[in-house]
Design a protein around this ligand. Structure first.
Ligand code: ADP
Ligand code: MG
Length: 780
């Protein structure tokens, strides 16, 4: 005879599954009511709650299910055998049916040994953390392909069993792993991994894998270059197949299947109160929190995912707004006061080989106004690549130096710092400004000497990387700090630089709508350089299929013969492994050395040391090389005006905004420049997307188009937006969401400025939770 406890478990599981899979009443044959007939006798209240289930709509079903599950967890627990053990401490056992609260530790989850450690390794400490660890992307695995119909170049996901495997080392240092996978219909596909030795142990014969990649046909054999795979050995009722599946950011040894089970359990066991009231949700057409969280992790269909994203994205902005509004009252800080005279500005401009554009002038006047006032300047200068931000910043630094203050310019990478240093020398040295460079690659002795010179005031303007704030740098008299490419720095880092209250200028090429800039950079005012220097011939961009690679490189050779230089960008092949990015670039360099024997080819990649990178760049600048093959490390800021061609291989793997940034590395002088996008994927969708780059040169237009073409399942992370608050939010497309969230935040604070009402406790704790995480992400 089964105990009540066992019966309860038997009933709970299918009900939880039913809730998770969208209340379709298909979880058991005959439906939920049939299930209750069999198992529900001891639980009359549960039966009552679910009476008439088949006739309800999905929303109502969800509500009733949650009520029923709550009832099941409240049922009195049968006395356990162990309770006789008199005084001994209660044994630490997990009750996999106990209800959880969002704030509960993950140790309350029942996921097997080692699970707590795994979750902690991902920074997930509470049930809430797990639930808000959103997938990085979603894959549609509802229909697995018929392998016979797969076209060459198609991207696909296959589920199957490893029937054989081989390893080859065609060259020393190169490892190719192959596994033949057989799917449920007995069809086979040969999967290959390049230089990923760690994969080998997972390719046991008989192992079940889910594999995604791009297909190649060789007659009747189908081959798959694996971009992403999962092992499926963690249980049969997989959450990983036959549905739209979320793919999470993870770490080595923490499988996707494990994360999905963790999330599933949190969803099923947690009492998710909603921190937004029903009227607020109705007003902004938002689904409830439980639906949103199940939808982002386990969407039943695209609609579910879309409404989940809409809700969770709204929340991100709402909390961001609340945070900014709540701390907005701190007041304006006292900064430095400069004379910033017209005279000095003219002197600076007169020393340039060009005149400022109208936009540069306007922005400079805004900056000069700020500098003259005694408020601390906090200004964001936004302008497309090559719009002349650095020249403007140089002028501001000159103004500071004129008043006897020091200036600092902080760049995101050493290559950029060195480049800024060279450019600023050109602008400022003739005007008597003493410049210094401080980067991590310098020897201890060099650094110490530079630090001394900064502290004593012998240096007027220092240019550096994060070394400027990480090393023990003391300024004699810091007056102006310029931060290039803001999004690579955290707010905390910024704050550190600001301890001595210098005026601050931030330069960014990321197009941000004004409404958001006001929110996100709360404290920063915005200046926009919306004009390119004259005489730039627009970069001519051409999209070619990879079948025309020879033609593309033929053109590159004609430019090289004319004395020009070229970049070739290799794309990341595997989305999780930087090592493969390196492999891709070196393989490409090898290939090009064969194809273009006349050209002098260099390779630049992210695994090189800073010194090695700088050496390659210096020699490229000195024209010792004609062609630079690189990974995306050249994305930001490289400035070699003699480079007139850029080829981007597998352009489809880049976001449009990123392609635009890459393209900005050519066309930096008066020479006519070209960008060739090589598409390894011939689908219509890809063509349509890349055509946007071919036809547009305006970064803002491109960013917008990019978003319109994206599906709802694609999530962009903080890396893109640069705002640690946003995991889902996309600052370009979300202007309206931002405005609505701001409206609600304001309304909330208007009626209750401190959010003091107990009704708002859930909202407040979520706000605190998020604020803490932002701070955490900024520090790491
Ligand atoms: P950004 O920092 O916005 O990418 P830079 O300040 O580095 O742009 O300028 C890009 C290039 O354009 C540099 O070579 C710079 O010398 C040149 N430049 C800047 N302003 C002007 C201008 N008003 N007229 C002509 N060339 C300019
Ligand atoms: Mg720049």
């Amino acid at each position: 005879m089964a105990t009540v406890q066992e019966l309860r478990d038997k009933l709970r599981k299918p009900l939880e599954r039913e809730l998770l899979t969208g209340c379709s009443n298909r979880v058991v044959a005959g439906g939920v009511e049939k299930l209750l007939e069999h198992l529900g006798k001891p639980f009359p209240q549960v039966r009552e709650a679910l009476r008439g289930y088949a006739a309800m709509d999905e929303d109502e079903r969800g509500e009733r299910l949650r009520a029923a599950l709550a009832l099941l967890s409240d049922a009195p627990r049968p006395s356990t055998e162990r309770s006789t053990g008199a005084r001994s401490a209660p044994p630490v056992t997990l009750d996999p049916t106990a209800r959880l609260q969002p704030g509960d530790e993950v140790s309350k989850l029942d996921l097997g040994p080692g699970s707590v450690k795994k979750l902690h390794a991902l920074g997930l400490r509470t049930v809430r953390d797990v639930l808000h660890h959103y997938p990085r992307k979603h894959e549609d695995r509802r229909a697995l392909p018929n392998l016979q119909d797969v076209q060459d170049g198609e991207k696909l996901t296959v589920q199957g069993v490893v029937v054989s495997k081989t390893r080859r080392t065609p060259k020393p240092g190169m490892l190719i792993l192959e596994a033949v996978l057989q799917d449920a219909w007995g069809q086979k596909v040969r999967c290959t991994w390049f230089s990923q030795p760690w994969v080998e142990k997972q390719l046991r014969e008989g192992a079940r894998l889910i594999v995604s990649g791009r297909a190649k046909r060789f007659g009747r054999t189908l081959q798959l270059g694996v971009e992403y795979f999962e092992t499926e050995d963690e249980g049969k009722d997989s959450l990983s197949i036959n549905r739209i599946v979320g793919v999470y950011d993870s770490k080595d040894g923490i499988s996707q299947a494990f994360l999905r089970r963790a999330v599933q359990q949190c969803l099923a066991r947690t009492d998710l109160g909603d921190y937004l009231t029903a009227p607020s949700r109705a007003r902004y057409a938002l689904t409830d929190l439980a639906d949103a969280l199940s939808g982002i992790h386990f969407p039943t269909d695209e609609d579910h995912l879309t409404r989940a994203m809409a809700r969770l994205r709204f929340d991100e902005y709402l909390f961001l707004e609340l945070r900014v509004l709540l701390q907005g009252e701190e007041g304006v800080l006292l900064g430095k006061r400069f004379s910033a005279s017209e005279q000095d500005m003219s002197t600076f401009e007169a020393s340039l080989p060009f005149r400022f554009t109208g936009a540069q002038k306007r922005v400079l006047l805004e900056i000069a106004d700020d500098m003259r006032s005694e408020r601390q300047m906090a200004r964001l200068v936004q302008g497309d690549v090559g719009s002349g931000k650095t020249a403007v910043a140089a002028c501001a630094l000159y103004l500071a130096a004129r008043d006897g203050y020091q200036g600092a310019l902080m760049a995101p990478t050493e290559i950029l710092a060195r480049q800024h240093f060279a450019n600023l020398q050109g602008y400022l040295y003739p005007l008597g400004v003493r410049l210094g460079l401080l980067i991590g690659a310098m020897t201890g002795k060099q650094k110490a000497e530079m630090q001394r010179a900064i502290a004593s005031g012998e240096i007027d303007v220092v240019i550096g990387t994060q070394a400027l704030i990480q090393e023990s740098v003391t300024f004699n008299n810091l007056g102006l700090a310029v931060v290039d490419e803001e999004h690579r720095f955290g707010v905390m880092q910024r704050r550190k630089l600001l301890q001595s209250r210098p005026d601050v200028l931030v330069m960014s090429a990321t197009p941000i709508p004004r409404s958001l800039a006001l929110t996100a950079y709360g404290d920063l005012e915005l200046s926009i350089i919306d004009e390119l220097p004259p005489g730039r011939t627009p970069i001519e961009t051409k999209l070619l299929a990879d079948t025309h690679r020879a033609q593309a490189y033929g053109f590159v050779m004609t430019q090289i013969r004319e004395g020009r230089q070229a970049y070739v960008v290799a794309s990341l092949i595997d989305e999780s492994e930087t090592l493969t990015e390196l492999m891709a670039a070196s393989a490409l360099a090898e290939n090009l050395r064969g194809l273009l024997p006349e050209a002098r080819i260099a390779l630049l990649h992210g695994k090189m040391s800073a010194a090695e990178k700088e050496d390659v760049m210096a020699r490229f600048r000195a024209r010792e090389f004609d062609l630079l093959v690189s990974t995306t490390v050249i994305e930001v800021g490289v400035d070699v005006p003699n480079s007139t061609v850029m080829v981007i291989e597998n352009a489809e793997r880049f976001g449009l905004a990123q392609l635009h940034q890459l393209r900005g590395r050519v066309g930096r002088g008066s020479l006519k420049s070209y960008c060739i996008l090589i598409a390894g994927d011939h689908s219509k969708k890809t063509r349509q997307r890349l055509k946007v780059i071919e036809g547009n040169t305006d970064g803002f237009v491109i960013a917008e188009a990019d978003l319109k073409l994206r599906g709802p399942g694609e999530i962009r992370g903080t890396r893109q937006s640069g705002l640690p608050d946003l995991k889902l939010g996309d600052i370009i497309s979300d202007v309206e969401v931002i405005e609505r969230a701001r409206e609600l935040a304001k309304a909330m604070l208007k009626s209750d400025p401190q959010l003091a009402h107990p009704r708002l406790n859930a909202l407040k704790s979520e706000l605190q939770e998020r604020a803490a995480q932002v701070a955490y992400r900024e520090v790491i």
